[in-house]
Design a binder for this molecule. Structure first.
Ligand SMILES: C[S@@+](CC[C@H](N)C(=O)[O-])C[C@H]1O[C@@H](n2cnc3c(N)ncnc32)[C@H](O)[C@@H]1O
Length: 221
C-alpha cells in the first residue's frame, strides 16, 4: 500500500507550474544559454561551477555536472526548491550530465557564503561585479566566464589575478569560443582610465573596439 502511494506521488509530481513558468520565461530564446554553455564546455573542463546572480538560469546544469547557484531573489529560491522539477528540466536535455548535482544558496554573493575556494569555473552574466567578490572561490588556473553588460569584464581586465584566455562570439545565436588571436580584444574605443572605483561609480563597463558576447579569463594568481 505504502509502495503504491510512493509510486503514485512520483508519477504525478512533474515540474511544479511555477517552476515551469519561471523556466519558460528564462528560456525565452529556446536553447540560447544551452548553446552558450555548450560552446564554453568545448574549451573549459570543469567539475565544479559557481554561478552567482544565476536567477533561474539552470541551463548551466545541462552541460556541467556540479553547479552551485547563488541568488538573492525569492523566485530563484522557489524555483530551485523544486528539486525534482529542476532535475526533470535538466533531464529533458540531450547530453545533460547523467547525475547532475546542483545546490542553490539564497544569499548575497558579496558576503562570505561559506563555500569552497576550489571552483573551476565562475560564471558572471548580467549580475554585477561577481568577479570582484567571488574570485576567492575560484581556484588558480580556473576560468571566469563574464559578459560585459554590468562592467564585470572591465573589472576582470584590470584585475591582476586574471588574464584573457578566450572570447565567445555569437552569430545568429550560435556561439563559438576563440582562444587565439586575442590581442585585438579589450581595447577601449576611447581612452579611459579604468579603476575599480570608476567602474563602481559607472555601474557598467566600457565600449571596446571589438564586442564579443562574452569573455573567458583564466585566474593566474
Ligand atoms: C539580470 S539577472 C541575470 C540572471 C542570470 N545571470 C541571467 O543571465 O539570466 C541578475 C540576477 O542577479 C541577482 N543578484 C544581483 N546582485 C546579487 C547579489 N549581490 N547577490 C546575489 N544575487 C544577486 C539578482 O537577484 C538577479 O536575479
Amino acid at each position: 500500500m505504502l509502495v503504491e502511494l510512493a509510486v503514485a506521488v512520483c508519477t504525478v509530481h512533474g515540474v511544479r507550474p511555477k517552476t515551469k513558468a519561471l523556466w519558460e520565461k528564462q528560456n525565452l530564446h529556446p536553447g540560447d544559454r544551452w548553446r552558450l554553455f555548450s560552446a564554453v564546455s568545448s574549451v573549459v573542463t570543469a567539475e565544479r561551477v559557481l554561478y552567482p546572480g544565476s536567477y533561474v538560469d539552470v541551463a548551466l546544469s545541462f552541460v556541467f555536472p556540479t553547479v552551485t547557484y547563488v541568488d538573492l531573489d525569492a523566485r530563484a529560491k522557489a524555483f530551485f526548491s523544486d528539486v525534482a522539477g529542476v532535475n526533470e528540466i535538466i533531464a529533458t536535455h540531450t547530453g545533460a550530465p547523467r547525475d547532475p548535482q546542483f545546490r542553490f544558496i539564497h544569499g548575497d554573493y558579496t558576503a562570505d557564503l561559506g563555500i569552497a575556494g576550489d571552483y573551476e569555473l565562475l560564471v558572471s552574466l548580467y549580475a554585477g561585479f561577481v568577479s570582484e567578490h567571488c574570485t576567492r572561490n575560484l581556484q588558480v588556473g580556473g576560468m571566469l566566464l563574464a559578459n560585459p553588460s554590468h562592467g564585470d569584464v572591465a573589472m576582470a581586465s584590470i584585475d591582476p589575478r586574471y588574464e584573457l584566455a578566450g572570447v565567445v562570439t555569437s552569430v545568429s545565436g550560435n556561439y563559438r569560443v576563440r582562444t587565439e588571436g586575442l590581442d585585438g580584444y579589450l581595447i577601449p574605443k576611447a581612452p579611459v582610465d579604468l579603476s575599480p572605483e570608476m567602474l563602481h561609480e559607472r555601474g557598467r563597463g566600457v565600449a571596446y573596439t571589438k564586442s564579443p558576447y562574452a569573455y573567458l579569463f583564466r585566474r593566474v594568481q
